[in-house]
Design a protein around this ligand. Sequence first.
Ligand SMILES: [Mg+2]
Length: 283
Amino acid sequence: MSLNLDDYAAYLFDLDGTLWTGSELYDGAFDLMQCLAEAGKRCVIVSNNSVLTGDQARAVLAERGLAGEPLAVTVVDVAGEYVGRLLGADAGRVRVAGAPLLAERCRAAGLETVDLGEPEQADVVLLGLHDSFAYQSLERLAACVEKGERLVVTNEDPWHPGPNGARVPETGALLAGVRAVYPCDYLTVGKPEPLLFDRALELAGVAASEALMVGDSLYTDVAGARRAGIDSVWISFGRSLPQRACGSPSAVYESLSELAAELAAQGRGAGAAASRSGRMVSR
Ligand SMILES: [Mg+2]
């Protein structure tokens, strides 16, 4: 399968570890967005970031001069909807162990919330990344799950790449801690589950077959997109595609710069096929 710019009306992008490190844009991000904007493509950021809303993510990227003003949706935006569906018509109470914004969004979705430390029984405990997570948080979370509160996590990512390649611990690391204390099943709001992809497609106003997902995670971005019926590009940053990759990308590029160069070449119609540098993956 070859990757042609005009095959897709919309481009979906992962945020952390793909477009930016948490403090700066990756090389090629600006050029890529510029190229897509000039080609009239719709761009939507689809992020498991559990401390920023889509609007906040947009603002952060706009401050850094990212072209094209991409739309954005994060797991914060959809967590209330997810838990509301899970609880169904009976409503119920959700304990939020995450950033204050996460609880705010759950209340905005009509849910009753309680804090991690409150004694009332809840139906669901929603875990998201928060930098005030402490030993007592772990102790309390495990106790709530043991008492029958259903564990839902914003995302399973154990970490994402930060500035200078440093690993930034993510919600999945907190989840692993809880399950080490009290092994239990859990549900996931964000990628690779379909809800975020569905909302991103709605924002873009396209069908799954008209969109291409670009991300650095074979699990959340590539396998998640495939489950949603969306083609994908894996940005490898020099990593080899595992023989038994959990996802199957349509194409692999080492960097955003490499992808931007190919798309720019196609946009100019200048022998794009001959200049392709990305590795196409047959499926
Ligand atoms: Mg990522």
